[in-house]
Design a protein around this ligand. Sequence first.
Ligand code: BJW
Ligand code: ZN
Length: 269
Amino acid sequence: DAREEQKDMNGFRKVLAHAKSVVALTGAGVSAESGVPTFRGAGGYWRTYQAQQLATPEAFSEDPSLVWEFYHYRREVMLTKTYNPAHLALANLEKRLINEGKQFTLLTQNIDRLHQAAGSQNVVELHGSLFLTRCLSCSEVKENRDSPICASLKDKGAPDPDEKSAGIPADQLPRCSSCSGLLRPHVVWFGESLDTNVMSKSYSVMCECDLFLVIGTSSVVYPAAGFALNLANKGVLVAEFNIEPTTATSAFNYHFHGKCGEILPPALA
Ligand code: BJW
Ligand code: ZN
């Protein structure tokens, strides 16, 4: 039946061997085995908040100190984490396909830069990066790996539910080196549009692809959640890798169950 066909690894590997243009979409599940918490699992809380409450422009304008504490904490956590076999499997797949004269693009919802650390080259960051800032006054986007990002955030951002807000005055939060405006993380918050260049690159590679991989994402956050569904509707082959079925699973040709650090390396080898 259909469910058995979805697990046909030999069938998938044949499809992959013949694909000329592969696109992968990754989500937080790819970094879970690196120790980076996912959004919708049990570890999805910071203090008493879920990302949906803090990753919004409203939260930032109401309490920029609180939102900066949240992102500062996540930046500092990333300094202690590294890529895992799932990231490596995708970097290796890219190298092999490019050597064979084929196309590969990695669309990631993750802001942690672990794909790049593992050696992936053609990466589109759909939701921005923890290590980019954007100035609210002059809009300059800049790489920033400072630890701490500013003196006032040093040792702040502890995730415990009873931790009190640091209440840092805005003039002591990260500021622009060009115009001294307030900086924000260059990430895409709820209610904000994805960058237009990012969207057009994504659509153009999806138009050409003959195999789409959906890896470690709950497929609930749009527009990324619609990518695989749209392609599946057009008849493009889609393979999903996840520790559990998602609401989108039934629309896909393949679904491989397991931790992506364990199932991706053999599947993509
Ligand atoms: C494993 C594993 C292991 C675990 N191995 N697997 C259309 C319909 C409905 C709503 C909307 C819509 N269009 C827009 C919206 C509103 C909204 C939205 O989608 N809301 C939904 C929640 C309903 N979208 C937006 O606002 C977007 N903007 C937009 O569309 O602009 C135009 C517009 C504006 C206003 C109105 C309408 C249109 C922007 C969304 C930006 C999302 N940003 C975040 C935060 C980024 C910064 C930060 O990190 O702080 O991005 S939210 C958060 O979710 C983050 C993630 O990238 C994103 C996706 O999460 P992901 O990666 O899927 O993680 P999880 O935790 O959900 O899932 C992990 C998965 O891994 C699970 O399935 C596990 O099983 C699995 N897993 N371990 C394999 N080891
Ligand atoms: Zn500026």
